[in-house]
Design a protein around this ligand. Sequence first.
Ligand code: HEC
Length: 276
Amino acid sequence: MDEPIQELPEDMMIPADPPPWWHSRKKATQFANGMSRGGDHRGTMILASSLCTDTTAEATVILDYFIDVVAYLESIEPPQYPYPVDTELAAAGEEVFLCHCAGCHGSYSADGESDSYPNMLIPLELIGTDPVFAAYGAGEFNYLEEWFESSFFGTVTELGVTEPFVGYVAPPLDSVWASAPYFHNASVPTLDLVLDSGARPTYWKRVDFDSTHYDWDALGWPYEVLDHGQDEAGPLEQRNLIYDTTKPGHSNGGHPFGDALTSEERKAVLEYLKTI
Ligand code: HEC
């Protein structure tokens, strides 16, 4: 279009942490805020690869390729934790998990055959993680979704614009040890901090971008706690490296479900999370 149909809002740099592909086969929705919970995700998947298509006939041909793409995605296996696991501690962690976590995140079996996953959407008031992304999908900025639903793509995938959900999906946790950082906005660098909301750093940055440098105990990226945010960091290259949880969309609060656990119980849950 020659003229913009909508002015972009200022200050809307919302961080997003794409979920691992190996969760595709369990989830009814591919988006953290529950958008497109209708099940057939090919409409959102082909959008990027067919935007320059002029006819629905051509778009239909492209759509057919995505039957194979979806089949491939659903065949992706979660990676195994590559180091020894303390099985006794993990068994204790499973008990805690079944009591405090499984109601939202499901239960997991050794071969994956008898897993249960409830596909739960948790309202913002209960989950308490950053509200911006959920509010964006349900609020005044969902003009793109409205356009989507009236387009060819919307005949394939229902985004649920008429029934927006204000909150987040409790994701499957298969191989969650491998998918740091955590939460829909990537605000928490390690799994042990997911379980301890009071210990999460306000300002942090990864110590390096070496993809093999992982913290195998805390389960996540090695990080450095900073005493300042982006505004005091000087040049853009420096600012960009800092995760500043005081910025809109970046807060790291909420999900307090691990806080009431003792440190022993938390350690046990972490050990268990290596096994699922
Ligand atoms: C009331 C439901 C609920 C309970 C209980 C709950 N969670 Fe969650 N959990 C969620 C939701 C919703 C999210 C997504 C939050 C977000 O992204 O903003 C989440 C996110 C997570 C994540 C981050 C996943 C990722 O890939 O970013 C982990 C890890 C996690 N939960 C582990 C646990 C553990 C362990 C427990 C038990 C101590 C637990 N949760 C209890 C609802 C719950």
